[in-house]
Design a protein around this ligand. Sequence first.
Ligand code: ARG
Length: 568
Amino acid sequence: MIDFKEKIAEEINKVLELSKDEVKSFLEIPKDKKMGDYALPCFKLAKQMKKSPVIIADEIKEKIEMPNEYISKIENVNGFLNIFINNYVLIKDLLDEMDQQKENYGSSKLGNGKNIVIDYSSPNIAKQFHIGHLRTTIIGRALYNMYKFLGYNTISINHLGDWGTQFGKLIEGYKRFGNEYDLSEKPIDKLTEIYVRINELCKEDESVLEDCRNNFKKLEDGDPYCVEIWQKFKDLSLKEFERVYDILNIKFDYYLGESFYTDKIPEVIEILRKNNKLEESQGAEIVNLEDKNMPPLMVVKSNGSTSYAARDLAAILYRVRTFDFDKCIYVVAYEQNLHFKQVFEVAKYLDLDEKYTNGLIHVPFGMVRLKSGKMSTREGTVIKLEDLLNESISRAKEVIEQKNPELENKEEVAKKVGIGAVIFNDLSNNMIKDEVFDWDIMLNFQGETGPYIQYMYVRTKSILDKENYSMDKNLVDITELEERGMELVKELYMFNDIITQAVEKNEPSIISRYLIEIAKLYSSFYNDNKIIVEDEKVKNTRLCLTYMVGNVLKIGAGLLGMEMPDRM
Ligand code: ARG
C-alpha cells in the first residue's frame, strides 16, 4: 500500500534542503483530524533556516506543486503546515488491496526468511494449570499469530516445567501413598494432595527428605522405576492441559519441556568453565554477575542438581542450532524479570554470535487479579484455568439466553463469546499492567470488550447477508462516504501499520485498541446512516464499507485468538 508519510516527505524534500528522513521525523499526525492527516511544525526548522515558522510554512506551501497525486490540500496555520492527503488515491488503494487480499488483508511479507521462536504457556506438570498461566497462554498465542501474519516463520514451544527436585518428593509421596488414590480422575488434584502430604512428612523426618533427594538423583540418572513414575505424572498432566488448549484452540509446534535439556547441560557447563565464568560458591556452581549489578546466577546447586536457569541456557543453545532464530521471545510474567536478565547476560558467555544474544527477548506481563485479590497456590485459592474458561462460557450463555433466546447453536456461540471475552480482557490493556478480572465488565456487550467486537461484527454480517453482498469495488463512490465514512476508511487503511507496530513492540493491545476504535466508528456511522437505502450508489458504497469493517474486525480478532460467531 502507499506510504503517504513517505510520499509527503518526498514532496517536501524536493523544496527543502532537508533529508527525507529528517522531514519524516518532523511530520506529526494532528490530534484533531480537521487539521489534516499530517502536519509539519515549522518552528522545528526556524533555527536552522533563520526564518519565522509562518514564513517557512508559506514558502513550502508555495513551492509544492498542486494538484498533486498524494496531497489534496495544504494549509498554513500559525506556522504549522497542515497536509491533507488525497482521499481518492487512498480509497482506491484500499479497495484494490482489500479486494485482492480478502481475509489476508493487513498481512505482509515483512518477516520472510526470519525465524521467530515463541516460548509460551509452559505450565508445570503435576501442578494445576491455573489462572497464573492464563496470560502467557493468551499473549503468546496472539504474538504467534501476529508474527505469522507478517510473514515470519514462527515456531511455538511449550517449555513445560517437568523437571526439578520437587519430582523427587512427588515420587517418594507416590511410593508411600500412591495406592490410596485413583489417578484416573482429577489426577492433578490428587498429585497436589500427595505433594502436600510428603512435604509435611519431610518436615517431621529428615530421612524422608533424604529419600526424596535420592529419588531425584535417580531420576536424573535414568533409573527406570523413577522415570516410569515421572512419565506417568507427565502424561496425566498433559492430558489435563490439552483440555484447556482445546477450549482455547491452541496447538504448539513443539513440546520441549525442561527435562529435554538435562543431557544438554554438561556442554553449557563446559563452555562456561572454559571461558572462566564458573565459580564455586558454598558447594554450588555460579556465574558471578556483580559487574552487571545483578546477583549471581546459579547453574549447579550445592546438591549437584541443575537449576531452572541452567536448563534455560541449554535451551538457548538448542534453539540457536535447531531454529537459527532471529528472535527468541519468552512470554513470562514480570516476576521472572531478574531470571531472564541474568540468563540473557550469561548467554553472552556461551560463544554465540551476537545475532542470537541480541535476539533474546523477555516479554513480561502483569498479574491477574480477581476483585478479591491476588491468587496463589500457597494461599490455597488457585483458580483452575479450565474452570475459569467454563465459567465464562456459562455466563456468556446466560447473557445470550436473556438477549436472544431464539438463537440457534447457543452452545457454540456462548463458547466463542465466553472465550472471546476472556481473551480480549487479557489483551485490551498494555501488558505490563495487572489485569483485573471482573465478569460484569468483560461480558458487557456495550463496553470495550470482546463481545462488543463480536457484536459489531455480527451486525455487519447480518446486513451483508440480507443483501447477499459480495464486494464490488467498482460500485463504490467515494463522494458518498461522508466525513465519518472517510474517517473509517482511513482507519481501515492503517491496519497493516497497526499490526506492524504491535509486532515491533510485542504488544497485542495495540491491535485490540484499534479494533475498538473501528467498532466505535462504525457504530456511530451506522447510527447516523442507514446502510440499505434506495439509491444504489449510496447503498453499494455503504455496503462495501460495512464489508471492510467486518473483514478487518474478523481478521484482527483472529490474530488475538478470538473466533467470531455469525449470529449472537
Ligand atoms: N514453567 C515456568 C513457570 O510456570 C515458566 C517457564 C517459562 N519459560 C522459560 N523458558 N523459562 O513459571
